[in-house]
Write a protein that binds this ligand. Structure first.
Ligand code: MG
Length: 312
């Protein structure tokens, strides 16, 4: 047994939900266990260890409202030996996504010839472009992305900041929006460009199994602070492809939440991917599409890294 498996650390901070920093989901004895990641990132404590009688997933935990903070100290087990799942491995419904939400990316997409959704000559959208990916597309940090070679020859990556909703609501104002956010994570909005173009909508080309890598965990909103200050970077096989900051979003997170919730009740555990910056594969001439074996690594300030490999 290593040192961490027996280490005990004080419970030092709480937020409005009583949580601390990072929530992950791991596999223990064949079942998905949501819980806390220790401050040093090396330990894990299942939620059932500090929420009496709790047996649900992370969405259930979020939906309970305030999580009772452990009294005294937490016994961490080593995270290293536990298979990491997506923080929300089985979302209750589709992941909301925003397209063309950074100016330079909107321009590269418009100029790529792959965008069949834009009005002629339009680069930046006038209103948020919203689509969804199904729960079955979600995979964990470290999981393989399936290449679907029989369906697509134009596989692409999109590094994105994702918002996780805590407090439910409809008709949420921009001013109130961030109070509904429970935390943030990283999403890779994998896209088959040929399907996106051919079918003249975005669902099919972005929704295949494994096309929504997510994680490695959710960092609570209080720990992230202002979400409009985060550097987003993406490497493919070590080559830096995307580099931007969330301050450059065309439609900021409050606007996105206000737009979606105008007529749709947002629920605890809903996930919203906020769009990708410039530097996706179709932004290059010639395009740099993904190939089997390619390693995609996304880093966002305060959220860690999400790494996935295209399966052979
Ligand atoms: Mg996207």
């Amino acid at each position: 047994m290593d040192m961490l498996a027996r280490s005990v650390q004080p419970w030092t901070k709480t937020n409005q939900f009583g949580g601390y920093m990072r929530f992950a989901t791991v596999e223990i004895a064949g079942r998905a266990e949501p819980g806390l990641v220790s401050p040093d990132g090396q330990g894990f404590a299942p939620a059932r260890a500090f929420v009496p009688g709790f047996t649900g997933d992370l969405v259930d935990l979020i939906a309970r409202g305030p999580v009772p903070a452990p009294v005294g100290s937490v016994a961490w087990q080593s995270l290293a030996g536990l298979p990491l799942l997506a923080p929300i491995p089985a979302p209750r419904r589709n992941i909301f996504c925003v397209g063309k939400n950074y100016h330079e990316h909107a321009a590269e997409f418009a100029n790529s010839g792959f965008d069949t959704s834009a009005a002629k000559g339009e680069t930046a959208p006038e209103f948020p472009v919203v689509f969804t990916k199904p729960p079955s597309s979600v995979v964990a940090d470290g999981a393989a992305v399936l290449p679907f070679a029989e369906l697509t020859q134009q596989l692409d990556y999109e590094a994105e900041l994702a918002v996780v909703i805590g407090r439910p609501g409809r008709g949420i104002s921009r001013a109130d929006a961030l109070a509904h956010v429970w935390g943030y994570t990283i999403v890779n909005d994998i896209t088959a460009r040929d399907l996106q173009q051919r079918h003249r909508q975005w669902f099919l080309g972005k929704s295949m199994d494994s096309f929504c890598p997510m994680g490695p965990w959710i960092v609570t909103a209080d720990e992230v602070g202002d979400p409009a200050t985060l550097d987003v970077r993406c490497w493919v096989n070590g080559e830096l492809r995307q580099q931007a900051n969330t301050r450059d979003l065309i439609f900021d997170i409050p606007t996105i939440i206000a737009t979606i919730s105008a007529g749709i009740t947002l629920l605890p555990g809903d996930i919203i991917a906020t769009g990708t910056p410039a530097g996706v594969g179709i932004g290059f001439k010639p395009p740099k599409f993904l190939r089997p074996g390619d390693v995609m690594k996304i880093a966002i300030d305060k959220l860690g890294t999400l790494t996935n490999t295209v399966a052979a």
